[in-house]
Design a protein around this ligand. Structure first.
Ligand SMILES: C[S@@+](CC[C@H](N)C(=O)[O-])C[C@H]1O[C@@H](n2cnc3c(N)ncnc32)[C@H](O)[C@@H]1O
Length: 273
């Protein structure tokens, strides 16, 4: 599936982000958090932050979503409409939860699943969790995927598009690697549309979660302050759907879950099914 050959079978376990961390322990300060998406060096900051929180990433996810995160991923797999033999590329795979869910989905026995992430520190954790699952984890950037044009049936990205420096360019890159008729599935945090519910959720999201998640992870980068602020300042649902359409996707739909805290977006590349 790679450009000019087979995909690498192993991850690159370098420590670039770790070395950035030594010079930049606090990644997000209050002024950057006013709109983290506008940071000129968002890419490096995001990578340093995820490198720092990788070891406690899963625990914080489960606890702070009350295990709903796994349900959201399961729904994303359903919405991808997998068929036996489908190839799947899970971008920004992190510790591998969505990629592994694709690989373990019944009826998809012959498929190949590739998980790609630009934070090296996430990939050994994903690999450890993979057991016998047919997944390859690769170090790579969503904006320049090390894969050939039209090589896959499904591209997925869970809680990743918000973290990418140029989400529109990433959508165009997803389009490039999808075959005609292929599906793009994006899972991302959103906010409840009902004002009182939104206010209540934001109290938890902005005031409670940053404290408890930071305590659990021992994080010094500001990762769990970044999380709610990056959601609150990210493009809204209609802009997200427009972005997918502008990148060339058709039949773009949104599927809100759990009062709209999380939304799954799906689009299809025009052409053969
Ligand atoms: C919130 S985590 C989501 C991980 C996983 N998809 C999940 O469902 O738990 C976001 C991930 O996006 C990755 N990421 C951010 N920007 C990226 C990029 N440009 N290319 C590849 N990975 C990226 C980070 O390294 C991080 O692992």
């Amino acid at each position: 599936m790679s450009r000019g050959g087979m995909p690498p079978q192993t991850y690159h376990a370098g420590g670039v982000a770790a070395s950035i961390m030594r010079t930049m322990p606090t990644v997000w300060n209050d002024s950057l958090l006013a709109n983290p998406h506008a940071a000129a060096d968002k890419r490096q900051r995001v990578r340093s932050m995820f490198a720092a929180i990788a070891p406690s990433y899963d625990l914080n996810n489960r606890l702070h979503s009350l295990w709903m995160d796994q349900l959201w991923r399961r729904n994303a797999v359903k919405l991808a409409g997998l068929r036996p033999g489908d190839r799947v590329v899970d971008v920004a795979c992190g510790t591998g939860d969505l990629a592994l869910r694709f690989a373990r989905t019944q009826g998809n026995a012959a498929s190949a699943v590739i998980g790609i992430d630009f934070t090296h520190e996430m990939l050994p954790i994903a690999l450890r969790k993979s057991g016998g699952a047919k997944v390859v984890f690769v170090n790579g950037d969503a904006l320049c995927l090390p894969l050939a044009d039209g090589c896959t049936d499904v591209v997925s990205i869970a809680f990743g598009i918000r973290n990418v420096a140029d989400p529109a360019a990433a959508c165009r890159e997803f389009r490039r690697i999808l075959r005609p008729g292929g599906r793009l599935v994006i899972l991302e945090f959103s906010l409840p549309t009902l004002a009182p519910l939104r206010a209540l959720y934001n109290f938890y999201f902005r005031k409670v979660l940053p404290r408890t998640a930071t305590l659990i992870s021992g994080d010094k980068t500001g990762a769990y302050k970044y999380l709610p602020e990056s959601v609150n300042t990210f493009i809204d649902r209609s802009a997200m759907m427009r972005m997918m359409t502008d990148a060339g996707f058709a039949d773009v739909t949104q599927h809100p879950m759990t009062f709209g805290i999380c939304v799954c977006y799906r689009g299809r590349l025009p052409g053969a099914i």
